[in-house]
Ligand binder design. Structure first.
Ligand code: AMP
Length: 394
C-alpha cells in the first residue's frame, strides 16, 4: 500500500489551520491558515513546498475557506486523500482516545461544549462543514484532553464539594495532550528507551504553556486544569492566581465576570507582567536593553515553570529527563537556562553549546552530564493527529 495522506484541520472561531500529512514524509506537502473568516479581510495563506501564497476571500466563511483550499490539498495529495483529522480541544471524560466522527460522537462533543465554550463550538463548526463537503471521507476527532484521562483521581480532583464533580464535571482535565504525547514518545526514541518504561517531565511552552508528568507513556499529572487557564504564566494568560481574586476584584473594583475573564485570559501573563508584549522574542530583546517589565516577566515565567516541574516530579517513580517543546521551549536557550537554574535539587547541568544549537526545530539532548537528561524536542501536533487518524482507519 502506498503512503497515505491525511488532512489535519484545526478550526477556530474565525480561522482554519490546516496541514496535509503524508505518513512517510516528515514535511507537509501543503499547509496554511485561513484567517479573519467572515470579515472583509478574510484571507487564505498557504505554503506549497517552499513557496508561500495568499488569496483574499472577502467575507469568506469556514465553508468558503474549506471549498477554496480543498482542490489545492487534493492536488498536493495527487487526488489521494485518505481522511481528515480534526483537532478538538475538549473531550471531557467521554473521550480517552481519538474517535471516528459520526452522529454519536458529534453529539458527545456538543455535550462537552459547556466545558470549552470558546473552543469546542468552533471545532464543531469545522467538523460540520468538512463532513457536509466530504461525506465519503473518513473523519476523526483528536482531543487535547484525551491523553490526560489517565491522571489518577488524586491528581485530577479539586478540593471542592463532590457534587460539583459528579453533577457538573468540575475537575482537572489538562490540555496540549497531543503535543505532550508526541514529544515524550520522540524523546524515548532519541534516548533509545522504551516508551513503556520511561518517565519524563515535559514543558510545552508556546502562547499557551503547560507541564506534564509522563510515566510509561501515560500522563500522570499536568498543570492545566478545568480550563487552559490554570498553571503556568503564558503569553496573555495569568496561570494560577489566588481563587479569591475574583471576589476581591468584584468587591473592590465592581468588575463583572466577563471583565475578570477577559483580564485573566487576554491581558495577563507575559503581556500583563511586562506591559510590553506577549511575544517571548520581543521580551528577550527588550530584556537585553534593560527593560524592567520584560526582565520581570521572564523571571516570573521561568520561576513559575520550574516550580510547576518540581511539583510534578511527585508523580514520577524515576526521572529519565526533562523535555522542552513549543515555540519558546524549542527556540529559547535563555528560558531553558533560567528554568534549569531554579531546579537545583534536580542536578541538571546544561551543555552550553548544545543548548545554543537546539533552535528552529532541531531536536536533541542539551545536558552536559549523562544523567538526568535535558532534551529539546520539536513538537508536531499535526503529525500526531494524522497518526491517530490513520490508526482509526486501519
Ligand atoms: P507557539 O504558540 O508554539 O507557536 O509559540 C509561540 C511563542 O514562541 C511566542 O512567544 C514566540 O515569541 C516564541 N518564540 C518563537 N521563536 C522564538 C525564539 N527564537 N526565541 C524566543 N521565543 C520564541
Amino acid at each position: 500500500m502506498s503512503a497515505r495522506n491525511i488532512l489535519v484541520i484545526n478550526c477556530g472561531s474565525s480561522s482554519i489551520k490546516f496541514a496535509l500529512v503524508n505518513e512517510a514524509q516528515q514535511s507537509f506537502a501543503i499547509s496554511g491558515i485561513a484567517e479573519r473568516l467572515g470579515s472583509p479581510d478574510a484571507v487564505l495563506h498557504w505554503q506549497l513546498g517552499d513557496k508561500k501564497h495568499s488569496a483574499m476571500m472577502a467575507f469568506g466563511d469556514h465553508q468558503a475557506a474549506l471549498a477554496e483550499l480543498m482542490p489545492k490539498v487534493q492536488a498536493a495529495a495527487n487526488g489521494k486523500l485518505h481522511g481528515i483529522g480534526h483537532r478538538v480541544v475538549h473531550g471531557g471524560e467521554k473521550f480517552t482516545t481519538a474517535s471516528r466522527l459520526n452522529q454519536a460522537t458529534l453529539n458527545a462533543i456538543k455535550a462537552t461544549s459547556p466545558l470549552a465554550p470558546l473552543h469546542n463550538p468552533a471545532n464543531l463548526l469545522g467538523i460540520d462543514v468538512a463532513m457536509k463537503l466530504f461525506p465519503n471521507l473518513p473523519q476523526v476527532a483528536v482531543f487535547d484532553t484525551a491523553f490526560h484521562q489517565t491522571l489518577p483521581q488524586h491528581a485530577y480532583r479539586y478540593a471542592l464539594p463532590e457534587s460539583l464533580y459528579r453533577e457538573h464535571g468540575v475537575r482537572r482535565y489538562g490540555f496540549h495532550g497531543t503535543s505532550h504525547r508526541f514529544v515524550s514518545r520522540h524523546a524515548a526514541e532519541l534516548c533509545e528507551l522504551s516508551v513503556g518504561d520511561s518517565s519524563w517531565l515535559v514543558a510545552h511552552l508556546g502562547n499557551g504553556c503547560s507541564t506534564c508528568a509522563i510515566v510509561n507513556g501515560q500522563s500522570r499529572d499536568t498543570s492545566m486544569g478545568l480550563t487552559p487557564l490554570e498553571g503556568l504564566v503564558m503569553g496573555t494568560r495569568s496561570g494560577d492566581v489566588d481563587p479569591n481574586l475574583h471576589s476581591h476584584l468584584a468587591r473592590t473594583l465592581g468588575w463583572d465576570l466577563e471583565q475578570i475573564d477577559h483580564m485573566l485570559n487576554r491581558e495577563s501573563g507575559l503581556l500583563g507582567l511586562s506591559g510590553l508584549s506577549n511575544d517571548m522574542r520581543t521580551l528577550e530583546q527588550a530584556r537585553e536593553q534593560g527593560h524592567a517589565g520584560a526582565t520581570l516577566a521572564i523571571e516570573v515565567f521561568c520561576y513559575r515553570l520550574a516550580k510547576s516541574l518540581a511539583a510534578l516530579s511527585c508523580a514520577l517513580p524515576q526521572f529519565d529527563g526533562l523535555i522542552f517543546t513549543g515555540g519558546i521551549g524549542e527556540n529559547s536557550p535563555l528560558i531553558r537556562t533560567m528554568t534549569v537554574a531554579h531546579l537545583k535539587l534536580f542536578g541538571l547541568v546544561l551543555d552550553k553549546e548544545a543548548n545554543a544549537r537546539m533552535i528552529r526545530g532541531i531536536s536533541g539532548p542539551i545536558n552536559a552530564k549523562d544523567h538526568p537528561r535535558v532534551l529539546v524536542v520539536a513538537t508536531n501536533e499535526e503529525r500526531q493527529i494524522a497518526l491517530d487518524t490513520l490508526a482509526l482507519l486501519n
